[in-house]
Design a protein around this ligand. Structure first.
Ligand SMILES: [Fe+2]
Length: 296
């Protein structure tokens, strides 16, 4: 019910003034000017996370345009995407180390890994793995995939393998063991931090099977294509490693990897905001943070 106030003007219970026609026209023009100003500001100053992620999306889309299982992007395309990732900072993607997902909230259980899911289509996907200190992503594979990994902050131990094509022991050249494990050759066994360049693994080389141990809270952005696809027989498998012994003794360059049922669980978080500036050919959409987000 409107409430009568002085000067013949009427206010409704929400405090809005019912203005005479000329005042109404003036107010409406003012409102329109404000709207225009707002729209101009929105197009002129795209928030940093949107601009950076838009570039990442556009470049990934080009690099993985022909993505199929076993596809390897041309070297020029790999260099372009790796170069873009090399320059990416945490604030570009709206994260910072003070976020809850980088803290060990449950002191009794294992450190929980969180995956911030940004984009997914049949050709490629990207997201950020958030690891509190001591969190582990166990040894797993990337069947038929090319994966770009960039550490945004923190440090981690990375160990990676590729399937061996030949055994180092001329007396025993078996690539498969009686227990079903396969021979794998060590690719990388080192500590990486944000100063490291983008690590790229391929379907057949570059360390297609890998595991991470967070030495400090850390964030890793992954762009991978084509994504895992269980229906296509390309699910993520986990492995247990056992030392390789040749007839002349141990050889640290090789290990036996046996597929296991893993109990590893990750908390997946779909990024909350759809951004209009992203254009997709398909029905998928990119999720972006508008600013630093808090994820528990
Ligand atoms: Fe991985």
């Amino acid at each position: 019910m409107p409430v009568q106030v002085g000067g013949g003007k009427v206010a409704d219970p929400k405090g809005r003034l019912d203005l005479p026609a000329t005042d109404k026209a003036r107010a409406s023009a003012k409102k329109n000017r404000r709207r225009q100003k707002k729209a101009t500001a929105a197009t002129a100053a795209v928030p940093a996370p949107v601009a950076a992620m838009q570039r990442l999306f556009d470049t990934s889309k080009e690099v993985f345009a022909d993505s199929l299982p076993g596809f390897v992007p041309p070297p020029e395309a790999v260099a372009r995407l790796a170069g873009l990732l090399n320059g990416l900072k945490p604030h570009d993607v709206g994260i910072e180390s003070s976020m809850l997902c980088f803290k060990n909230v449950d002191s009794k259980g294992p450190s929980r890994v969180t995956y911030l899911h940004f984009y997914d289509c049949p050709k490629f996907s990207f997201g950020i793995f958030c690891l509190p200190k001591s969190a582990v992503i166990p040894l797993h594979n990337h069947p038929g995939m090319t994966v770009f990994s960039k550490i945004l902050f923190g440090s981690m131990h990375l160990k990676s393998y590729d399937w061996a094509r030949s055994a180092p022991d001329s007396d025993n050249n078996a690539l498969e063991n009686s227990d079903g494990s396969h021979l794998a050759k060590l690719n990388t066994d080192a500590v990486f931090d944000a100063s490291a360049e983008t690590v790229v693994l391929y379907p057949e080389n570059g360390g297609n099977l890998h595991c991470f141990i967070a030495l400090t809270p850390c964030a890793v952005l992954d762009v991978m294509g084509p994504p895992y696809n269980r229906a296509d027989g390309r699910d993520c498998s986990y492995y247990k490693e056992s030392p390789y012994m040749s007839s002349s003794g141990g050889d640290a360059r090789y290990s036996w990897l046996k597929e296991i049922t893993s109990t590893f669980e990750m908390k997946g978080v779909q990024m909350p905001q759809r951004v209009e500036t992203i254009s997709c050919d398909d029905s998928s959409s990119l999720m972006l943070p508008s600013s630093v987000i808090e994820i528990g």
